[in-house]
Design a protein around this ligand. Structure first.
Ligand code: PLP
Length: 390
């Protein structure tokens, strides 16, 4: 054969009697079709099969099916980030003239998506305190089509009453979308509580290793109806390598969550006893306002892997704590295998005015911990060492 013609042409591998035990990474952008009739049928979804990666690929389907099962959903799909998953919901369920009610504590980029990008598309958004059910009911309009809340909100970890929010949304013929990133399906399954759609940033605990950006969206067949077409048309589809990595990460989600939630409970109780700490926010604390709601909605006696606390000494104390926390890196993300911390005032909530931050309970002394799977002893020692400078 001429060297110029050494291309990978079929058959690539002879058919063999054994199958790979783990899902192979399939990096092809396109599949070879037998005939125009077969291509036509696959693209029309009348027979299963892959044609073009943006419309679906094996590594994505493997991971989406796992997400579907974890959430007990009728359907699930993947997007190339958590934000792409939320964008797909916006584009699939809303049109000009529609109205959305979002939690005023929603993830910053989600707020920008609905308020700024939505406004450009003629979609109006009202931000309310979704912990105040009367305020949510009062914000509902005739044209409200979507309500958006987070199971556990950032950064003070308030718990949303998903059942009640679902009832309010459905009374007004709107859908309820729940961002479950801080809980994961191990702690909470919003669809079982009445949500129509649940979104996960797989970037966080679901993949769990801080090496992938990916999102999932799952829900009822009715609510998911336009999602696959939107993902393909707006170019929001997932990449096989990210899906392959996240499938591997997801396999250990339950054991990682078991350790991380246990550690988070221990860390929260430890921080509560420290004189330099003014407030500790964690739904698993006996003193937490929404502990009863958390117990009702959460499974396995787990309350999540995020713990937030406020240092009595304000920003100066936060600067000193972060500088001395040698074992706890300052990473403005969450859900990795190791414990990390973030400072909401200067990262996730820097776009707000000081007044807006104070209204959400965020001060310069607020520190958000993403608790990892180290030993509880390591974590307590690391926190104690960092607190020593205060
Ligand atoms: C990170 C995050 C997102 C966005 O997910 P990306 O994968 O970063 O796009 C949305 N909601 C919450 C609660 C998050 O933590």
């Amino acid at each position: 054969m001429r060297p110029d013609d050494i291309l990978p042409r079929p058959p690539h591998v002879p058919p063999l009697p054994t199958q790979p035990h783990t899902p192979p990474l399939q990096l092809t952008s396109v599949w070879e079709c037998d005939s125009p009739a077969q291509a036509d049928a696959m693209l029309g979804k009348s027979i299963p099969g892959y044609v073009y990666q943006r419309d679906g690929h094996p590594n994505g389907d493997t991971l989406a099916e796992l997400c579907r099962q974890l959430h007990g959903a009728e359907q699930a799909a993947l997007a190339n980030s958590g934000m792409a998953a939320i964008s797909a919901v916006l584009l699939a369920t809303l049109k000009a003239g529609d109205h959305v009610v979002v939690s005023r504590r929603i993830y910053g980029k989600t707020m920008v998506l609905f308020q700024q990008e939505g406004a450009r598309l003629g979609i109006e958004t009202t931000a309310v305190d979704t912990c105040d059910l009367n305020a949510v009911a009062a914000a509902m309009e005739k044209n409200t089509r979507l309500v958006v809340a987070e199971t556990i909100a950032n950064p003070l970890l308030e718990v949303a009453d998903i059942r009640a929010l679902g009832k309010i949304a459905h009374f007004h013929q709107a859908l309820l979308l729940v961002d479950n990133t801080f809980a994961t399906p191990i702690v909470c399954r919003p669809l079982a509580l009445g949500a129509d759609l649940v979104m996960e940033s797989l970037t966080k605990m679901m993949n769990g290793h801080s090496d992938v950006i990916l999102g999932a969206i799952a829900g009822t067949t009715a609510a998911m109806q336009r999602i696959p077409a939107v993902l393909s048309t707006w170019g929001l589809a997932s990449h096989p390598f990210d899906c392959w990595l996240a499938t591997r990460g997801l396999a250990t989600l339950a054991v990682r969550m078991e350790r991380a939630c246990k550690n988070a409970q221990i860390a929260a109780e430890f921080l509560q006893q420290q004189s330099a700490v003014k407030n500790v926010f964690y739904p698993g604390l006996k003193s937490a306002n929404d502990r009863d709601l958390a117990v009702r909605q959460f499974t396995r006696d787990q309350f999540g892997y995020m713990v937030t606390f406020e240092l009595a000494g304000g920003r100066a104390a936060a600067d000193a704590f972060i500088a001395s926390a040698q074992q706890i890196p300052f990473c403005p993300s969450l859900g990795s295998i190791g414990t990390s911390l973030s400072h909401p005032e200067t990262t996730s909530h820097r776009g707000l005015t000081e007044e807006e931050r104070l209204a959400l309970g965020i001060t310069g002394g607020t520190i958000r911990l993403s608790v990892g799977i180290e030993s509880p002893e390591f974590l307590q020692e690391a926190l104690a060492a960092a607190l020593q400078v205060l």
